[in-house]
Design a protein around this ligand. Structure first.
Ligand code: IMP
Length: 196
């Protein structure tokens, strides 16, 4: 039987290869470029669930494909949940990870409570059905960056389960406990449970 096609609403090469590894042979994962979508999809909701739904709904309604989309935020307790849904643009529209990290560390200079979490919400739309899967990892914000792997806020996020920043862990070790790893595994457990 040929694999079922499903669009992942992303062109991020790192995320696509991670997802394709997990998808195995049953699903052919198409990127936005694969379906000729170069839209700048507006992310106007004020929750991760809302934004991932907007992206998945956009693809389903405009292009007709079954699809899933993800949205991730870094949630810092003592900053009232910031940067949260604005994580990519925390220091401005340039979406510069170095500037985002620098602003975060500056805003936390005098802050003792450094608890934080990463959360990912994946929205899947198949036919008329909408499902959401959430993955979360607890940790804290480091006093200064540490480590060279990963991306985004990885050098300043210390995972509670390892005591290391994500940027100091191998990608396998990070994926085993990360927000996106957890949400993605829930997605594929669900897809694998569907009849052929
Ligand atoms: P997105 O929804 O996956 O685009 O993530 C929003 C922002 O959160 C990104 O711009 C990154 O800065 C940050 N982010 C998402 N996932 C991770 C991660 O695994 N490590 C570090 N930062 C992340």
């Amino acid at each position: 039987m040929s694999p079922r096609e499903i669009v992942f609403a992303s062109n991020n090469a790192h995320k696509l290869s991670e997802i394709r590894q997990l998808a195995g042979a049953r699903f052919r994962i198409l990127s936005l470029a694969d379906i000729g979508c170069h839209d700048d999809i507006p992310e106007t909701a004020d929750t991760l669930a809302g934004n991932s739904l907007i992206k998945a709904r956009w693809i389903k309604d405009k292009y007709g494909y079954d699809c899933f989309a993800d949205d991730t935020g870094l949630i810092v307790e003592s900053l009232g949940g910031a940067p949260g849904v604005k994580s990519a643009r925390y220091a401005g529209e340039a979406c510069d990870p170095q500037a985002n990290m620098a602003l975060l560390l500056r805003n936390m200079e005098e802050v003792a409570d450094r608890r934080a979490a990463f959360e990912t919400v994946i929205t899947l739309i198949m036919g008329d059905e909408v499902h959401q899967f959430t993955g979360r990892v607890e940790g804290e914000i480091a006093l200064r960056p540490d480590g060279n792997s990963g991306f985004g806020y990885d050098p300043v996020f210390i995972a509670a389960e390892t005591g290391l920043t994500f940027a100091s862990m191998t990608s396998e070790a990070k994926n085993a406990i990360s927000h996106r790893g957890r949400a993605t595994r829930l997605l594929f457990e669900y897809l694998d449970s569907l009849p052929d």
